[in-house]
Ligand binder design. Structure first.
Ligand code: ISE
Length: 324
């Protein structure tokens, strides 16, 4: 196959990150169109990376005949409609998280994809490509510490925009731990509890910052996630798995990263490379539509628990591919 022709919807931070990586660091793909509701922003990005076409309408981009695949990096409430349009067109799509605004919408996408008979949807959970996490999973799966018992996670951002609300704190940020823990442990989350204590003076109005999210996996493994959105000193992501006979942890860098694009640049690049290579050989890699739906069901339970203060069970439909 010649270069896969890619269109990007959303010319904000993540759309630009993907566009730049595609243009300079990913072989086998060519960016041919950029769409954004703000046409000027789409044009500026298209210009910067040499993409020939610009649109202010994501659906128009998906309908164009000269595309092999689409990246969706527009705002979360647009994801369901756009992913479904890609599925209608039979076009592979890499969608930034969340898969959809609600778990129910995620389920609809999963079902629509199953009806096409092809794994067309990939979710942008880039941490699955981070060398530290990949190594941790390899060693865990290799039995190095026996069965996992506990997982301790830390997810600190130096800062987040004032527009962040309590829901986004979970669905935009903690969702990464939800996915990576499901992936590391190879099992679903059964119940969650969200606890907020003393808030930083800098917490945006209405946001519980920092907070601790407890995830209980079906096997009984307990995961604690510290989410701190305005930690100020830098971007810091940690993970330690405690097993029967030892522990495994992500390497801790000598100094904290500036932000997530800096910390996870290698992961974003490898995620795109794997996706593009899958476009060529017809295989799927990375997080699937099911993973997007399952993560959405867990974050929905977290948002509920943060509101009620109660331990909340995750409402996840049985996975038809595994019978449960
Ligand atoms: C952002 O959207 C991300 O995906 C980052 O990885 C995360 O650290 C940040 O909290 C989110 O807002």
């Amino acid at each position: 196959m010649t270069d896969a022709r890619i269109g990007i919807i959303g010319a904000g931070a993540m759309g630009s990150c993907h566009a730049r990586l595609l243009a300079s660091e990913v072989a086998g793909a060519r960016l041919v169109a950029v769409a954004d509701v703000d046409r000027g922003r789409a044009a500026a990005l298209a210009d910067a990376v040499g993409a020939p076409r610009v649109s202010d309408d994501g659906r128009e981009l998906i309908a164009s005949p000269d595309l092999d695949a689409v990246i969706i990096a527009s705002s979360p409430e647009t994801h369901e409609e756009l992913v479904l349009a890609c599925l209608d067109a039979g076009t592979p799509v890499l969608c930034e998280k969340p898969l959809a605004a609600t778990a129910e919408a995620g389920r609809r996408i999963f079902e629509a994809e199953a009806a096409t008979g092809a794994p067309l949807v990939t979710l942008g959970f880039m941490r699955r490509y981070d060398h530290g996490y990949v190594d941790l999973k390899r060693r865990l799966d290799g039995g190095e510490i026996g069965d996992p018992l506990l997982v301790h996670c830390v997810h600190r951002n130096a800062d987040i925009p004032d527009s962040f609300d309590q829901r986004l704190a979970i669905t935009d940020s903690v969702v990464h731990e939800v996915d990576i823990v499901r992936w590391l442990l190879g099992e679903e989350v059964a119940a969650v509890t969200v606890i907020a204590g003393r808030a930083t003076r800098r917490a945006p109005a209405g946001v519980r910052d920092p907070q601790v999210v407890i995830l209980e996996a079906r096997s009984g493994v307990v995961v604690d996630v510290e989410s701190f959105l305005r930690a100020q000193y830098g971007y810091d992501v940690r993970c330690e798995v405690v097993g029967e006979t030892g522990t495994l942890a992500l390497p801790v860098p000598a100094s904290p990263a500036r932000g997530f694009q800096d910390r996870f640049e290698q992961a974003y690049r490898d995620e795109l490379r794997a996706w593009v290579s899958g476009l060529h050989d017809g295989t799927a890699s990375g997080a699937s539509a099911w993973d997007g739906y399952a993560a959405g069901a867990v974050t929905e339970a977290c948002v509920g628990s943060a509101r009620t203060g109660l331990r909340t069970e995750v409402q996840l439909e049985p996975d038809p591919r595994r019978g449960g």
